[in-house]
Design a protein around this ligand. Structure first.
Ligand SMILES: [Fe+2]
Length: 160
């Protein structure tokens, strides 16, 4: 089996999340709740393994460079999960008020900031030893294989 390129895949995930969030913002602005819900569902599946890999493997490895700043990254994830949960809850409705769609679009923008911050970690990841990158590659592939969506992972494995 060919090895997964951690940095390339990590960044590709971010591009997909960026595009998805922009799509959600668009959909919310045009009050297309169905579309926003559908895109959010796709992001939930994509981001689950990504977050899991980050928290279980990448962040601990990056502690060599970042030290306790890693704790801040974990806190940022708490915020992302809360926002995603609130958006999913809101998008269960069939129609949104102006205020609700504005709030949800703002929440999606806040997530965009996280995507951009997280992508910055790739320049640190590049400095890891090739042995460490190989190990990360296996772990990333594993998280994807298990494929727990974000909110499901947050409610189960992450809580333990
Ligand atoms: Fe990330």
């Amino acid at each position: 089996m060919s090895k997964l390129n951690v940095i390339a895949e990590f960044r590709e995930d971010h591009r997909q999340v960026r595009d998805g969030l922009l799509e959600i913002i668009d959909a919310l602005q045009s009050k297309d709740v169905g579309k926003a819900r559908e895109v959010l569902g796709g992001l939930n599946s994509l981001v689950g393994p990504h977050f899991r890999f980050e928290e279980e493997n990448l962040y601990p490895t990056l502690r060599t460079f970042l030290g306790e700043y890693v704790d801040q990254l974990l806190k940022e994830h708490d915020g992302v999960i809360d926002t995603a949960r609130a958006c999913a809850e809101l998008l269960k409705k069939d129609t949104l008020t102006d205020e609700e769609s504005k709030q949800a679009a703002n929440a999606a923008r806040a997530l965009l900031v996280h995507v951009s911050n997280c992508d910055g970690l790739s320049i640190l990841t590049e400095r890891l030893e090739s042995k460490e990158l190989d190990q990360l590659s296996e772990k990333f592939a594993y998280a994807r294989e298990i494929g727990l969506p974000l909110l499901e992972w947050a409610e189960t494995v992450r809580k333990k």
